[in-house]
Write a protein that binds this ligand. Structure first.
Ligand SMILES: [Zn+2]
Length: 408
């Protein structure tokens, strides 16, 4: 064996005694207490250990532009317009440099798999795609990246965006997204995205149903098309802010409908808290969908980062565990079982959303292993615990020292 991670408290069974994880050729080859082999080792000291965090929804190439965009001037953030105004300045090198900084932040906070959402339109042509595709190659030592491409600025009214999506799918994008809120024909965009997904046999992951009221929700059409084309398990949506504004009975009915269709939901609490409720000056609406409640109705859900340091979210450190902590705080999640579920929405549930077949601490899977400074998943979420050690395919990629007190 090449390495043993000893005394690992598995996130899947934190009550059980810690185990040793044996690694050879980048894969997990043994999981048992007291593994008797001569090999270099890393002592997890009984801490929480999982198979790496999974970021299902992040915008790398438009991160870190807050300082380039016009400042916010009133209650309406005008984020789309402020980003759109500077997109023509994105070169491949510039997008790569900013995206790399964000990606490195994600890696340092334990992400080992990622689905970046890359926007394509005439303003950026394929420069965003080229930058993120280069990152995928250059950071393969630390993280597996699957590109999701989408039209941020309309599709039915933007033929160039359609051509670029087709080009990106031909060049290996593994998922297609959407942003129907910015298309004069929501249904037209959604139908076209389903057509492209079927043509190229890729998963769907749409921005959907941001907004301040439950009116005109697009989820019904998404569920209908998912069922019609038998794509349950291959369709996800992000945001769903409108669902947080529904009366509880209607929300429960909708949750069951989404579960039956097999559509997954990603909460993006940082952006939604920042962008929603801008029509209000007091008692400001939170706009964050309660993904724990959706999970309890059978929906698969994830929690992700979305935007970092741009007009949509001018805050952020790329920590997924912090996103789960934020989600729990905002949606008033405190029961240990429900906090544990929030942790699953950064790990197993996110992996399921992305249809990853080789995820988890199990013999035969890649040795992607993260040791977190906590004893249980619920403690990690509650205390915003830090990842201390990260391995990608059995090679250490990150070490973070614990803070120490220097007593007098
Ligand atoms: Zn997004």
């Amino acid at each position: 064996m090449d390495l043993v991670v000893r005394n690992a408290r598995l996130a899947s069974a934190p009550e059980a005694p810690p185990v040793d994880i044996g690694i050879a050729d980048g894969k997990i080859v043994a999981i048992q207490p007291g593994l008797h082999v001569e090999a270099p080792s890393c002592d997890a000291e009984g801490r929480l250990t999982c198979a790496g965090l999974v970021e299902t929804h992040i915008h790398l190439e438009k991160s870190r532009i807050a300082d380039r965009c016009a400042p916010e001037t009133g209650r309406l953030p005008m984020a789309m317009e402020r980003v759109s105004a500077v997109k023509h300045t994105f070169t491949v090198e510039d997008a790569y440099r900013r995206a790399a900084q964000t990606l490195e932040g994600c890696i340092k906070f334990g992400a080992t798999r990622m689905r970046p959402h890359v926007e394509l339109d005439g303003g950026v042509e394929m420069r965003t795609f080229d930058a993120v595709a280069a990152l995928k190659r250059d950071y393969a030592w630390a993280i597996d990246i699957e590109l999701c491409v989408f039209p941020q600025e309309g599709l039915t009214n933007n033929p160039r965006a359609d051509e670029l999506l087709v080009e990106a799918l031909k060049r290996g994008a593994r998922a297609i997204g959407a942003a129907p809120n910015f298309d004069p024909d929501h249904a037209g965009q959604i139908r076209r995205v389903f057509d492209l997904a079927r043509e190229f046999d890729v998963d769907i992951d749409m921005h959907l149903d941001s907004g301040n009221s439950p009116d005109d929700m697009d989820i019904h059409l998404v569920c209908e098309l998912t069922e019609k084309y038998k794509l349950g398990g291959r369709v996800a949506i992000g945001h769903g802010c409108k669902y947080s504004t529904m009366k509880v009975d209607g929300f429960h009915k909708l949750a069951s409908r989404i579960a039956d269709a097999g559509v997954a939901v990603t909460s993006l609490p940082a952006t939604d808290l920042f962008m929603q409720g801008r029509d209000q000056t007091d008692n400001v609406r939170r706009g964050v969908v309660d993904v724990n409640a959706l999970v309890e109705h059978g929906v698969n859900c994830s929690i992700s980062t979305n935007n970092v340091l741009n007009p949509f979210t001018p805050l952020g450190d790329c920590s997924l565990i912090r996103m789960a902590n934020l989600q729990a705080n905002v949606c008033q999640i405190g029961h240990p079982k429900r906090l544990r579920e929030c942790f699953a929405m950064l790990t197993e549930r996110s992996a399921r959303l992305m249809n990853l077949k080789d995820y988890g601490i199990a013999v035969g899977n890649p040795a992607d292993i993260v040791v977190i400074d906590a004893m249980t998943p619920e403690q990690a979420v509650a205390e915003n615990a830090a990842p201390l050690v990260v391995f990608k395919r059995g090679v250490r990629t990150v070490t973070r020292a614990r803070a120490e007190l220097h007593r007098p």
